[in-house]
Design a protein around this ligand. Sequence first.
Ligand code: PAF
Length: 289
Amino acid sequence: MQTITTVAALSQAVSEAKRQNKTIGLVPTMGALHEGHLSLITRARKENDVVIVSVFVNPIQFNNKEDLEKYPRTVEADCRLLETAGADVAFVPAVEEMYPEPVTDVYHFGPIEEVMEGPRRPGHFSGVAVVVRRLFDLTQPNRAYFGEKDYQQIAVIRSLLQQTGYPIELVPCPIVRASDGLALSSRNRRLSPAARAMAPAIYETLCQAVEMSETDDVEDVKQFVVDNLASYHLVNPQPDGLQFEPEYFEVVDATTLQPVQKWKGENGVVGCIAVWLDGVRLIDMVRFR
Ligand code: PAF
């Protein structure tokens, strides 16, 4: 595996692959790699001749300074993992390499970004779009792989591809969960042992919501999810006042991401949640139909 830190060296590797008519699979990451990322790389490995994995904590997609500072950075361990996972190139640029000039580009995604993460993380999706477009420009991939845990991000990238007309196949990949159900996330590393033990209740609650959706209205199920998590610590007393603070749980059309009132829809229906626990913001999603 080649570890590349400069745009010039990456362009050279990409030109060489293109010259040999090789297909390129891109897996954009912010590092602190886990099994979820590895599943994207395994899929990219099967479907492409060359697999490029970027490891870059993108400062312009963080609207919260503390979150950026605390974001886990484990570059050496990441590169070791990438080597074993079969990546061909690890692209690990410094911030100045990715952004030699101040970033002025702003992207808009209309109704897709007006719900859930959008209003709560102003500028986040535009920051994601800037870095992803730059990675697309640099690597010219045939396919790009993204995890479904960041469900809204996938809709944003789909819209970015429509806006740019880039002929890149977007490959959404299913969430990978720990054996207790918690969706794998780099942020899980920041949970205390007590919070980590409590966190699987998020997915348990989502599974209960799916069962309830057979008989109950959308609004009742939404209320259940929020109440169940918000009152978890009352039913299961926790050390140090640990408690879930649900930020939102939305039931939305799987493609347009607009809130729905009925379980049936031609695009399918998903539930997306953001919950604070132990100072860490966790997100997850589940399919209803
Ligand atoms: O999902 C992520 O890890 C990031 O948002 C991405 C796509 C790598 C862009 O920085």
